[in-house]
Design a binder for this molecule. Structure first.
Ligand code: AQP
Length: 326
């Protein structure tokens, strides 16, 4: 089975990206043909600084490798190094209904506080580019967080439509979502999804300094009352922290609730910080080693792009023929 997934280099990768997405990718490498990419063409759909983007792409590559993506098992590459993503996106846009794009939650969220003049066509067409990413490799499975399900659904719709119009070409990709932690919430506002772009108080970057992790968890908002119980409606903040604790410590939430029965938020938060730090400590060491060997990282990305291009070329040849392009 062919698997594809990626993260936008729109900031530092956070624990939501890891717990919901990257953590799922690691075991898939053992059994399937996997492609994992750094989604830089998507990251330019909102205002950004080129020097930050460059740095974020390198950081994402280091994070991927430090967290366990193995170039001997998976194809790891940068999206913009395979020009066919943009080419297929254009062709798919010609069959993408406007209405489908207009109802996308991510577009509504990201455009709602901006004036129309400051919202680019790229942000609107983002889901068509994502459909192209997926279909270019005839992907069968896409492990993602809950927020991306709507976009994978569009890729399925476009695969069906393309197949209907031009003849069977694409499989309909399925999504895989983690049972717990598919939507990690912001530390500063548990009604919002943890996002790179919300600002540093909202997310916990995987590799931020340990002291900052302690500080951020200490300052994370909590709910009224004192009990440490999982109740998303009444206690969204504590439920989110319990989810993070459970996933990092690999312990059921019910066990953690028992452990902290009658205890206050302060102790729970300080333990949570240590659990998170401990979870990522081995990856941190690996990342420091990789930093000393940037040439090897560059070579991995270059080999990855070559492999990805060879698959992409075949798909594009077939797509163009079927669409009547000479
Ligand atoms: N809070 C989250 N909880 C669970 N999963 C999440 N993902 C993102 N945020 C959460 C999943 O991580 C993968 C990579 O996401 P992305 O970077 O491609 O795009 P995003 O969903 O828009 O992520 P961010 O952090 O919110 O980025 P910005 O702020 O730039 O938009 C995906 O599988 C996603 O579901």
């Amino acid at each position: 089975m062919r698997v594809l997934s990626g993260v936008q280099p729109s900031g530092a990768l956070h624990i939501g990206n890891y717990l919901a997405a990257i953590k799922q990718w690691i075991p898939l490498q053992e059994k399937h043909e996997c492609l994992f990419f750094i989604v830089d063409l998507h990251a330019v759909t909102v205002p950004y600084k080129p020097q930050d983007l460059r740095q974020n792409v390198w950081n994402a590559a280091l994070d991927y490798l430090a967290l366990g993506l193995d170039p001997a098992k998976s194809t790891i590459f940068i999206q913009s190094h395979v020009h066919q993503h943009a080419e297929l996106a254009w062709l798919l846009e010609t069959i993408t209904p406007l209405g489908e794009l207009e109802r996308m939650t991510q577009f509504k969220e990201k455009s709602k506080h901006r004036q129309k003049a400051n919202v680019g066509l790229g942000l609107f067409a983002y889901p068509a580019l994502m459909a192209a990413d997926i279909l270019l490799y005839k992907t069968e499975l896409m492990p993602v967080g809950e927020d991306q399900l709507q976009h994978v659904e569009l890729a399925r719709t476009l695969a069906r439509k393309f197949n209907h119009l031009f003849g069977r070409t694409f499989p309909e990709p399925k999504s895989q979502v983690a049972k717990i932690g598919a939507r990690i919430m912001s530390l500063a506002d548990p009604t919002k999804k943890m996002s790179k772009s919300l600002g540093p108080a909202h997310f916990l970057a995987i590799f931020e300094p340990e002291e900052d992790i302690r500080q951020k968890i200490k300052s994370a908002v909590t709910d009224s009352g004192k009990e440490i119980v999982y109740d998303v409606k009444k206690k969204p903040a504590i439920s989110n922290l319990l989810t993070i604790y459970s996933l990092c410590a690999d312990k059921p939430i019910s066990e953690i609730e028992k452990q902290y029965q009658g205890k206050g938020y302060a102790g729970f938060k300080s333990d949570l910080a240590e659990v998170v730090i401990e979870t990522f400590r081995p990856f941190r060491r690996k990342r420091e080693e990789l930093l000393q060997n940037i040439t090897e990282v560059r070579n991995i990305l270059s080999r990855g792009a070559e492999t990805a291009r060879s698959i992409a070329e075949k798909t594009m040849k077939e797509v163009k023929e079927k669409m009547g392009l000479l």
